[in-house]
Structure formats: C-alpha cells, structure tokens
Design a protein around this ligand. Structure first.
Ligand code: GTP
Ligand code: MG
Length: 519
C-alpha cells in the first residue's frame, strides 16, 4: 500500500537516529535484576564460574553472528561489544543495533543455559538492558575498556574479601564494616593474613574478566607433495582472561582496534543536518545584541524610541514578504518573533539553514532601511542580531508563547516608563530602582498617575502592546471578463498594536490557517 494518505506518519515522524561516523560503537549489555536472578538460581558467591562461562559463550556467539563486532569484554552480568570504527551495520541506526544485540544475546543465554547448568532448571526468563556509546578515537575506546577492567578488579577484590569474611563466620554487616575504607593493598594483606590466599592466584576469569576477539592462529590447511604441512594464518574466535589496561595485549593485536582507511567521501557523513520535528509550529526569535550600547551610541530615546521600533517593524514587514511561510510576527523593544506555518518545507526544515537565513535577511533589511528611518543619523556601528528556534506542537501553545512575549513587553515597558520618569524628575538611577523594587503593576500605575499625572493606558499602544504583524485580505473585487466573474484578492501586511487574546485569533482565523484555507 504505497503512498496512502496515512503514509506520512512514517515518513515524517519516524526518525532513524544514526550513530556518528568514524566512531567505535560500544553496546553494553547488563543483566536486569541479576541480584535476584543469581539468588534464585543459587549462583556461587561471589563468582559462579558456570554463569560466567555461559556469558562468555553468548559473547562468542555474538562475534560469530555479527562480524563487525571486533572485541567484547565481560564481567559479572555485563558485556560490552565493540563494533569496528567504520561499521555500516544497519547504516549505524542506533535502535536497530542496540535492540538486536540485546535480543540475540538474551536468546543465546536461554538456549545455552542447559549446556552450563545441566542440573538447574531455568526458573524465570533472564533479560538484559543495554546502551550504546560512541568513542571517537583509539585513546577513548582503550580507556573505556580499561575503565571496565578496573571496575572488575575493584568489585572482585572487594567481593572476594567480603564473602570469605562471611563464610568464616562474620555477619554481612560485620564484613562490610571490616572492609570500610580499606585500600587495595589492605585487602590483599587481609586475604593473605586471615585466609592464606594470594589474590593474584585467584582465577584470572574472576580478576580480569573475559575478552572475546578474533585471534590470528596458524592452521594447517593441507600438506604439500612431500607430506609437509602447509599452514596459513586464520582468524579464530578466542576467549582470554588477560590484562587490557596496559599496552601489551593491544600491541600484540593491533589489527583489532586499527584505525581504518577510507575514501574522502566519508567526511560528508559528518554533515548532520538537524531538522525541525514535523507538524510543529516553529518560531524564529531574533534579538539585537548589545542593544543598550547600540541605542546609546545612536542616541535613541528612552525608554522607547518610536523610530527604532518602526524600523524594526519595517524590517519585519520585509521578512513577511520574503518568507511566504511566515504567518505572523510579534515584536517589542529589540526583539522579534516570526511564526512559520506548521508544515513549512523551507530548506527541507533544516534548522541551521532556517535560522541563519532568517537572521541574515533581517539584519540586511534593517541595514538597508536605516537611512529611510534615520536620515540624519549616521550608523556608527554595525548592529547585529542573534536568533533562536523554538518549536511548538500545538496551536494553543504557540499562542501562549506569543502572549508570554506580550506580557514581557508590558512588564518591561511599565517598569521602564516609571524608571525614566523618576530619573527625568531628578532621582538618580539607584534611587529610581529602589523606589520601584517590589512594586506591583497597579502600584506603578498609581505612581505614574499620582506623581506625573500620567495615565499609563493612554501611553502609545506600540509601547504598551508591542507590534503584531500579519497578512490581511484588504480588498476583494470582482471583474467580469468574457462573462466570467473573476475575483481578485489583495493581501497586505498590517501592523497592529493590540492584545493577542483568544478573541484576537477568533476574529482573524485567516492568520494561523492561511495555508489550510488556501488549500
Ligand atoms: P540492574 O542491573 O540494575 O537490573 O540490577 P542487578 O541486580 O542486575 O545488579 P547489577 O547489575 O548492579 O550487579 C550485578 C549483580 O548480579 C551482582 O550484584 C550480583 O548480585 C549478581 N551476580 C552477577 N554475577 C554473579 C555471580 O557470578 N554470582 C553471584 N552469586 N551473583 C552474581
Ligand atoms: Mg545487572
């Protein structure tokens, strides 16, 4: 059923999150609730050799099944699988790689259980969780493996001491107490003194954990005519309980984590274009940088410079004209928010391209229009803006966002109006701040009225409410051409300084639904 009307739910919403290229991919699997699982199945404490050998057998099966796994390291109920740096296994799709590793491992664990525990019934299904981590270079992947082995050492040394103390008659609490604050060498001493055990003689599988990898071995492939064996180097899956913190193992097995050569085209894979989530309302919010300094240098009026605001609106108006997908703009002070229709395909929804092209165009319009609005003011310094992208899944949320900007406009403007009235009346800036500290909106209105005979609500709406900018149908004329009635529409960009309450949107259904209405 190709391309049904429902197909978009896959093509637009399903993301295949891909792991970054040229990184070693590690999948680390860990037994879920193995504390309980090992109790139920009466595993030996602290280490059950059969349980560990079963884990190793599963890891070996993993390397047999997935050739791109180059190394595995396991301890206790966990196993790490390292995929080669340039693997294209499932195009490096994270959820595929993770899920099938965990699933295959689990499956083999159950299948092989009987081989390692012939006399033990599997009482409950074992299961594992897993995570994927990427390591970008040889040092970090080596350090990762070293970290796991150090962890193995610390846990095993502790557990060895702990269970020997318990078996010798101490309670678990007493054993814990005895080991509190001890260092590695104290624990070795304890083992030697109290139990005549040299820790280094403990089985390596417990002390070092287990490595599974492909080893190069000479194998007799045939005999020559004289009966001499002909040997070839073959890769054979091997298991070893060896040190991987030092460099010896890695020097002898350089091919395991070798850095791969690849053609130059692979660098393209690093170009990860983040895309906006589908069907989301997107806002690009622009904000002038260091505007206080800029307005000082260009001697803008305080607290509001009418011309500066009109220049912002003019630039916003040009934005509406140059990006048809912008449905609405809202600005105050030195910021402007532009709302894109939810299904915009501008730059295939690539975030960085939308953001950068918006900010660059806005800056350009602002510069071009400067002379028109400030014919007597030289631009002393180039203004510059920053922008951010915001995504809202619901229309209601985006309306709430716009209302929150308008609330900010109100709060700022009321404060600034009071502040500059106080300063202009002779107070210094500190005193003005002090007077306004902790005052509520109605206190400020009262202050303006009582001290300056100013009714805040009579202040210009452009200052109090900011500017809403949108397309409006202004004229509909019908001509009759060849007896056919032709309807013409004209849409203009309008700027209004009004409250963006629910009523505002209800009265103007065209603003947010322009694209739906246009069909
Ligand atoms: P989650 O992983 O968070 O689900 O909990 P968990 O119970 O699996 O604990 P965690 O992975 O932190 O630790 C593994 C636990 O498995 C250990 O604490 C032990 O209780 C148990 N375990 C693993 N290997 C052995 C073993 O060889 N013998 C015994 N007796 N227990 C083991
Ligand atoms: Mg676990």
């Amino acid at each position: 059923m190709a391309n049904s009307e429902y197909e978009y739910v896959k093509s637009e919403f399903e993301f295949d999150s891909r792991l970054p290229p040229s990184n070693w991919i590690v999948v680390r699997i860990d037994g879920c609730h193995f504390h309980r699982f090992s109790k139920i199945h009466t595993f030996e404490k602290p280490n059950d050799e059969n349980a560990l050998r079963l884990m190793n057998a599963c890891a070996t099966s993993m390397l047999e099944k997935f050739p791109d796994i180059v190394f595995a390291y396991g301890v206790s109920d966990e196993y790490s699988f390292v995929f080669r740096e340039e693997t294209e296994f499932y195009q490096r799709r994270e959820s595929k790689i993770l899920s099938l590793c965990v699933s295959y491992f689990t499956s083999v664990y159950v299948m092989k259980w009987k081989d390692f525990f012939p006399n033990k019934e599997l009482m409950e299904p074992p299961y594992f969780d897993g995570r994927v981590v990427c390591y970008p270079n040889l040092k970090t992947i080596r350090d990762y493996l070293a970290w796991r082995q150090v962890d193995c050492h610390i846990n095993n040394q502790y557990n060895t001491c702990f269970w020997l103390l318990v078996k010798s008659g101490k309670t678990e609490k007493e054993a814990q107490q005895a080991l509190k604050g001890t260092f590695s060498k104290d624990k070795n001493e304890l083992l030697l003194q109290q139990f005549q055990i040299n820790y280094d003689d403990e089985p390596a599988i417990f002390r070092k954990g287990s490595c599974v990898y492909r080893d190069k071995v000479e194998i007799k492939v045939k005999t020559d005519c004289c009966g001499n064996p002909i040997k070839r180097l073959r890769l054979v899956i091997a298991m070893a309980n060896v040190d991987i913190i030092g460099s010896e193992f890695w020097e002898n097995h350089q091919y395991i984590l070798r850095e791969e050569k690849c053609r130059y085209e692979y660098v393209k894979k690093f170009d990860i274009n983040h895309r906006l989530p589908p069907c989301n309302w997107t806002v690009v919010r622009i904000n002038a940088c260091q505007f206080e300094r800029f307005s000082l240098i260009h001697s803008f009026n305080k607290p509001n410079d009418w011309t500066s605001l009109r220049l912002m609106n003019a630039s916003a108006s040009l934005m509406m004209e140059s990006f048809p997908d912008i449905l609405f703009g809202y600005g105050f002070g030195n910021e402007y928010s532009f709302l894109f229709q939810e299904k915009t395909e501008l730059f295939q929804r690539q975030e960085s391209l939308i953001l950068s092209s918006c900010i660059s165009r806005f800056t350009s319009f602002y510069m071009m229009k400067w002379k028109e609005f400030f014919p007597d003011k030289e631009l002393v310094e180039p203004p510059y803006f920053e922008a951010e992208l915001l995504c809202y899944p619901k229309q209601k949320t985006v309306c709430d966002y716009l209302s929150s900007r308008q609330a900010e406009c109100h709060t700022n403007n009321q404060y600034n109006t009071c502040f500059w009235m106080l300063v202009n009346s002779g107070k210094n800036e500190n005193e003005a701040h002090e007077i306004l500290k902790g005052t509520l909106s109605k206190d400020k209105n009262e202050l303006l009225f009582m001290q300056f005979h100013l009714n805040y609500n009579n202040e210009p709406a452009i200052f109090r409410k900011g500017s809403c900018i949108y397309w409006q149908k202004v004229e509909e004329s019908a001509d009759v051409v060849d007896r056919e009635k032709i309807t013409r529409e004209r849409w203009d960009v309008v700027v209004a300084h009004v409250d963006m309450e629910p009523e505002f949107w209800r009265m103007r259904p065209c603003i947010l639904n322009r694209w739906h209405l246009a069909g």
